[in-house]
Design a protein around this ligand. Structure first.
Ligand code: ZN
Ligand code: ZN
Ligand code: ZN
Length: 304
């Protein structure tokens, strides 16, 4: 009886509501961390000062832990994130204990092996490991962060940040339909990823995975992995459509294919060579094609 009333009141399953709340909070911390990082990148290439480093580490680490728990919760259910002795006995019990705030989740150490299945790659978890150590040093031992660590942090924090946001974007297109850019806002996003040390190191990391990454059509960093169809720098992925370049003949021309039908033309740029031009949508055959500067806009498919 109770359960019927509950389900009428809350049509969305409890697990979805909890994980959505956790993703939301993770996003909150990520955005704050992004603001901290970006306001530093305005001032040049010095390492973070100790206060900023402390804030960034704690914000990012908290966001990672929340996102990890939420991912496992969403995919594997409440029993898999609760401590063994704390597992709820029924849906109603879970509901009541969630409202009372008495569900104790596994420690991050115990959650990590599960979260790896849903979030980040190898380099992501290596960085998380080092952030966690720094956080423990700061919070529990008040140990100072040396300058080298504070310098590396600028790259590491941005890398982690973009990867979590990208994972959130991918996890459920309808519920978390925000790209990194719309999530952080255009200005903040661009300040964050255009920071030189980040661009350089994320480019190196991309070349370890793909020897010839494309220049990303969104952020302009050479970090777009061809097989994964994902940009390591800005997280752009999913639904990427590329056209064949008339100059280098590779399928490497980026354009905004989703918005093209609503525009007479849009800018297009090759991620392999230097070619730039325009993409046009043909309403007759529903295909997209490329043109150069002042050439006539006739669809090559419908031409004859
Ligand atoms: Zn990109
Ligand atoms: Zn080209
Ligand atoms: Zn056509």
């Amino acid at each position: 009886m109770v359960r019927n009333n509950e389900s009428k009141k809350n049509p969305q399953p409890l697990v979805d509501r909890i994980s959505a709340a956790m993703f939301h909070n993770s996003g909150l911390f990520l955005r704050k961390a992004a603001e901290e990082i970006a306001s530093h990148t305005d001032t040049g290439s010095d390492p973070f000062d100790v206060d900023r480093a402390t804030l960034v580490i704690v914000l990012i680490q908290t966001a990672v832990e929340l996102a990890s728990t939420a991912m496992v919760l969403k995919h594997e259910g409440l029993a898999e994130v609760a401590r063994p002795k704390e597992r709820p006995l029924s849906d109603a019990d879970a509901e009541a204990r969630w409202e009372a705030g008495t569900i104790k989740t596994l420690t991050f150490e115990d959650l990590k092996p599960k979260a790896i299945k849903y979030l980040g790659d190898e380099s992501f978890w290596t960085i998380v490991e080092s952030l966690q150590k720094s956080r423990n040093k700061l919070v529990h031992f008040h140990a100072p962060l040396v300058e080298g660590d504070r310098f590396d942090l600028q790259y590491e924090a941005t890398h982690i940040l973009i990867q979590i946001i990208a994972a959130l974007t991918k996890s459920d297109e309808h519920e978390f339909a925000f790209s990194c850019m719309s999530f952080l806002g255009h200005k903040l996003f661009h300040r964050l990823i255009s920071f030189e040390p980040y661009k350089e190191r994320i480019g190196n990391r991309a070349r370890e995975i793909d020897p010839e990454p494309f220049l990303c059509g969104v952020c302009g960093t050479r970090a777009f992995l061809r097989d994964e169809k994902t940009c390591l720098s800005c997280g752009y992925s999913g639904g990427v459509k590329l056209l064949r370049c008339s100059q280098c003949h590779e399928f490497a021309v980026f354009y905004d294919h989703l918005n093209l039908p609503y525009n007479a033309w849009l800018n297009a740029r090759c991620g392999r060579c230097e070619w730039e031009g325009e993409a046009v949508h043909c309403n007759k055959c529903d295909d997209d094609y490329l043109t150069e500067g002042h050439s006539m806009r006739t669809c090559p498919n419908c031409d004859e």
